[in-house]
Design a protein around this ligand. Structure first.
Ligand SMILES: C[S@@+](CC[C@H](N)C(=O)[O-])C[C@H]1O[C@@H](n2cnc3c(N)ncnc32)[C@H](O)[C@@H]1O
Length: 316
């Protein structure tokens, strides 16, 4: 990549990090530590973290999206403390060098898609732009959105829209998708939804359907579960996880895991009735953006930040 391409990419990728001050306050407990930004994106949070850290700190930045990684590298590669890693955070234990296991001071997860991914029509994430039905966050991922909407049965689509989009009109929309096949573009999918959902809230249904399909394409919930479990094992005692979620399904996983160390949220008790949980909860309620950030950065409006500190010795 040439310098000017790097600069272009960097501007194109410009992504204002959400809840940046709050994230740093929870995350950065040791300025000499080793940190992992598991959702590097354009590198907004990582840049802030590097600003807070000393010369001997290290920040590993993981992203499965090659374009995101290139943009972050164009911005941060000059800094010897920054280590880019391409891969899915589902495999953190294999992506990170084994000598770091059990030594990490903090993990950051800023879930979802970046502003850039949304803005690029050919990625197929946005219902605002005409584009192919892709929605893969990485070219290494299997199924596309097109395969899901054209090959899934009515029952499969109905359940998908209900469970992963929390869409009440899942039956009608699934039926309309099946009747409108073949669907080739984001516009085709939007039309199939708008054929059966009318009125002022139509756009919310469209957003929920796109969300459900994106979650399915990228196996987002399953991947988050694996990543949270692994980060707990990789953290040192006293290390922290900060997670920013953008919809209730993600937030529920994080909330339950931080409360109990499992995804059901069931706190087990020891022989004496003391709760056994691997974490000290740092946020009883999720932290949300203030009015000023919400007006300046629309991406922050649905963000919920939760943080927890590992209190158990070793892995669990
Ligand atoms: C909201 S953006 C992060 C933005 C970043 N915090 C910043 O300030 O620039 C989320 C990023 O996480 C990446 N991502 C999502 N799921 C991932 C996964 N399973 N493995 C690795 N990266 C993932 C996306 O490709 C995207 O670049």
């Amino acid at each position: 990549m040439t310098l000017s391409q790097g600069a272009e990419m960097e501007t194109f990728y410009a992504h204002t990090p959400v809840l940046a001050d709050e994230t740093m306050d929870f995350l950065c407990t040791d300025t000499h530590g080793v940190y992992v930004d598991a959702t590097l994106g354009g590198g907004g949070h990582t840049a802030r973290l590097l600003d807070r850290c000393s010369a001997d700190a290290k920040v590993y930045g993981v992203d499965q999206d090659e374009e995101a990684l290139n943009a972050a590298c164009a911005r941060l590669d000059h800094d010897p403390r920054f280590r880019p890693v391409r891969g899915n955070f589902e495999f953190l234990e294999t992506l990170l060098p084994s000598e770091l296991h059990g030594t990490i001071s903090g993990f950051l997860f800023d879930f979802g898609v970046s502003t850039h991914q949304i803005r690029e029509p050919e990625r197929g994430f946005s219902f605002m732009h005409e584009g192919p039905l892709d929605m893969r966050m990485s070219a290494l991922t299997g199924k596309t959105a097109e395969e899901i909407v054209n090959l899934g049965s009515y029952e499969y689509l109905r359940d998908l829209l209900y469970q992963k989009g929390e869409e009440r009109k899942s039956r009608e929309i699934a039926r309309s998708i099946v009747a409108s096949r073949p669907l080739r573009s984001t516009g085709d999918l939007r039309k199939a939804i708008e054929a059966v959902v009318k009125g002022p809230h139509t756009i919310k249904s469209v957003a929920r359907v796109f969300q459900a399909i994106r979650i399915e394409v990228n196996r987002e919930l399953e991947v988050i579960e694996h990543a949270l479990e692994q980060s707990l094992r990789l953290l040192k005692t006293g290390g922290r996880i900060v997670a920013i979620s953008y919809h209730s399904l993600e937030d529920r996983l994080v909330k339950n895991f931080f409360k109990s160390g499992n995804f059901q949220g069931t706190v087990e008790k020891d022989f004496y009735g003391h709760p056994m949980t691997p974490f000290r909860l740092l946020t009883k309620k999720p932290v949300v953006a203030g009015d000023q950030e919400r007006s300046l950065n629309p991406a922050s409006r649905s963000a919920k930040l939760r943080a927890a500190e590992k209190i158990v010795e070793g892995g669990i």
